[in-house]
Unconditional design. Structure first.
Length: 255
């Protein structure tokens, strides 16, 4: 039986264009997380467009319909789709920024390792999944393709209740994310562009120490670490969302 995305809010792709009087020639590519939707990054986009920055949030490769489709999508396809979106924006804008949540943050880091990115913001990036998931995954995948997902990693119960996304996590997609993690970790020192690394202190999906590692290992001369006291994994829509999106807009507007 196919399980489609459960939507209670607008989870569609977006492309927000600033008013001509404030547009500053910059654009931001906003990338959502694994089994998530552009809804996760829309708060960033709304803050950025008010600063004159175009903000585009596509639906990630493999996330267009069902968990079965996502299970069949390799991480190279995630990267290829994100890179194409980035290059499309680069052709039309003086500066292009990246904003990524969770797996979208991993993609953002990988793009920053391989492309010229002007500035970027990452939130809740899982560099290494907590044990025993990586160790047991090869065995689990022999017997099961999916696991049911519980409530999203959001502390605010109202925000958690309305949060859209797949109701199942494909184990194959988790395996693909682990491959992507390995590539990102190996090349973190190659990142030199300005970066804001944010993480919810109450995140149980990706550990806050992953944010500290990113901050420590990138070679950016301009970098900031922001730990959010009251928020979980998807802090952009959690209690600290307004503080986070304001900080991100401030950071990306400074150049």
């Amino acid at each position: 039986m196919s399980h489609a995305v459960q939507v209670k809010v607008d989870a569609s792709a977006f492309d927000l264009i600033p008013e001509p009087g404030i547009a500053n020639g910059a654009a931001a590519l906003c990338l959502h997380g694994l089994t998530g939707t552009p809804y996760e990054v829309r708060p960033f986009a709304e803050a950025l467009v008010s600063r004159g920055i175009r903000a585009r949030g596509p639906v990630g490769a493999g996330h267009e319909s069902t968990a079965e489709r996502l299970a069949e999508t390799p991480h190279e396809a995630w990267l290829e789709a994100a890179q194409k979106e980035f290059e499309d924006l680069r052709r039309d804008h003086d500066k292009v920024y990246l904003v990524g949540v969770s797996m979208g943050g991993l993609l953002s880091l990988r793009l920053a390792e391989t492309l010229a990115v002007d500035r970027h913001v990452v939130l809740g990036v899982p560099l290494v999944l907590a044990p025993p998931i990586p160790q047991l995954l090869p065995i689990i995948r022999l017997f099961r393709r999916f696991r049911d997902k519980g409530p999203s990693g959001i502390e605010d119960p109202v925000a958690r209740d309305r949060h859209p996304g797949f109701d199942r996590m494909p184990f194959d997609a988790v395996a693909e994310m682990i491959k992507l993690e390995a590539k990102v970790i190996a090349d973190l020192p190659s990142i030199s562009s300005p970066i804001l690394v944010a993480h919810g202190k109450l995140d149980k999906t990706a550990r806050p120490r992953d944010a500290e590692r990113i901050y420590r290992e990138v070679d950016s001369s301009v970098k900031k670490l922001l730990l959010l006291e009251r928020s979980g994994h998807v802090a952009s829509v959690d209690y600290d969302g307004p503080e986070l999106t304001r900080a991100a807009a401030d950071f990306l507007s400074t150049s």
